[in-house]
Design a protein around this ligand. Structure first.
Ligand SMILES: Cc1cc2nc3c(=O)[nH]c(=O)nc-3n(C[C@H](O)[C@H](O)[C@H](O)COP(=O)(O)OP(=O)(O)OC[C@H]3O[C@@H](n4cnc5c(N)ncnc54)[C@H](O)[C@@H]3O)c2cc1C
Length: 384
């Protein structure tokens, strides 16, 4: 990736925003189990940060995806992975398909207010019995006149208690699982939509996650994104942005674990010398930094290909897999060097240890990433 002055300027704006508008509230939001999405998104919209790659006709900046990667990476300076995840849902997980395939009506109704920070978006794919196996979802949308009637339940939905709408994957026919799905935008205030209790999670505590229920929810067919039956393909495409965003968003978080630990180990003494003077410690940190730079190179390579319009499914899956593994490994090993202090809640490394655990599960687990990579390597057993 070649960084222009514009990339650097965006990085600086986002870094400063994260340091001023997110980081100072970390403790408060972690305790509250929620961050104020509406308030925060309005401030971000004032800086044109919610529609970086989106269509300028609806308030976006129309920039290429390299700017989104810079955005995701710089957000790491906010030191709150859960808020970064909530922002990512708004910019890179719930809205790419709407921007790419949505009608003018949908874009005016949902994309424009998401970019202006007036609407909070959620993406609703997972269900209680369908997480890794997306094709097996059961939520259905049946046609009734000009409308769809939607029934079903979604699970683990980020931003859901604050959302104005759900970009929802549903079954619109009994055709084969990859051909029977559509993405439908469901406004949160539609009768029959209800959001359950917030789920009590071990990490990502500033982010609200809850189940969402659809009970005979009537929405116009015009709220469908793109062609009926192409929802699975659109969602798989949308996952590439989601996975690249997640991978890029871990870079600074992982780096912070290393740099915070260096500082601590310079100060903390045991057996008459700073912890950092032990080769076993500084060699380990050097290894982590090396791995981190390899991940950064992989993310940038995937981004370049994406900007060139190439299929990045394999590279995005590799980046997602590696980022989840690396943040877990680095936060665990750094936490060890903080001793008892590492085992406290307010420690920055312990927060990464808890938050980072999600990256091997959410947005497609490590095993799903390995399945995709294997498929692209042609190593999966042949179907008989
Ligand atoms: C905090 C949080 C936020 C989330 N936000 C959202 C959101 O906003 N929107 C949304 O739609 N979803 C969201 N999710 C859901 C997330 O995408 C799923 O949890 C994830 O896809 C895994 O699905 P599952 O939990 O049902 O696990 P399962 O599918 O039940 O899998 C359980 C385990 O088995 C493994 N496994 C499954 N199949 C195989 C196999 N064939 N071989 C080997 N191992 C296998 C999986 O990798 C996983 O480790 C969120 C989840 C969390 C925890």
């Amino acid at each position: 990736m070649k960084f222009t002055d514009e990339h650097h300027a965006l990085y600086k704006t986002v870094k400063e925003f994260g340091e001023k508008e997110i980081k100072p509230f970390n403790e408060e939001w972690e305790k509250a189990g929620i961050y104020p999405a509406k308030e925060l998104f309005k401030k971000m919209a004032d800086l044109n940060l919610l529609g970086i790659t989106k269509n300028p006709n609806y308030g976006g900046m129309g920039l290429d995806y390299s700017y989104s990667i810079v955005f995701a990476e710089a957000l790491g300076h906010s030191c709150n992975a859960s808020v970064v995840m909530g922002i990512g849902v708004q910019t890179d997980m719930a809205t790419p398909a709407i921007d790419r395939y949505g009608s003018d009506l949908i874009k005016k109704e949902f994309l424009a207010p998401s970019i202006s920070g007036d609407y909070v978006a959620s993406v609703a794919v997972s269900e209680p019995n369908s997480g890794s196996d997306v094709a097996s979802i059961k939520t259905s949308a049946k046609k009734d006149g000009d409308d769809y009637i939607i029934n079903g339940q979604k699970m683990w939905i980020t931003n859901s208690t604050q959302a104005d709408y759900f970009c929802t994957l549903v079954n619109t026919s009994n055709d084969q699982p990859h051909k029977n799905k559509s993405l439908i935008v469901i406004p949160a205030d539609t009768p029959g939509v209800s959001v359950g209790e917030k789920i009590d999670k071990i990490g990502m505590r500033s982010s609200d996650t809850a189940p969402v229920y659809f009970d005979n929810v009537r929405v116009p067919q015009s709220f469908r994104v793109g062609e009926e039956g192409s929802g699975f393909t659109m969602q798989m495409q949308q996952f590439q942005e989601e996975r690249l965003f997640i991978a890029a968003s871990t870079l600074i978080a992982t780096e912070n674990c290393i740099t915070d630990t260096i500082e601590y180990c310079k100060e903390r003494k045991a057996f008459g010398k700073p912890l950092l003077d032990n080769q076993v410690i500084h060699f380990k940190l050097a290894e982590h930094q090396t791995e981190l730079e390899s991940l950064r190179a992989l993310v940038y390579k995937a981004c370049d290909r994406f900007v060139d319009g190439k299929d990045v499914t394999m590279l995005a899956s590799m980046a997602k897999l590696k980022s989840g593994r690396l943040i877990r490994e680095v936060s665990d090993s750094c936490l060890q060097f903080w001793g008892g202090m590492g085992y406290t809640m307010e420690n920055p490394v312990s927060q990464q240890f808890r938050d980072g655990r999600l990256h091997s599960i959410g947005g497609g687990s490590d095993e799903v990433m390995l399945q995709i990579i294997s498929k692209y390597m042609n190593t999966l057993p042949k179907k008989s």
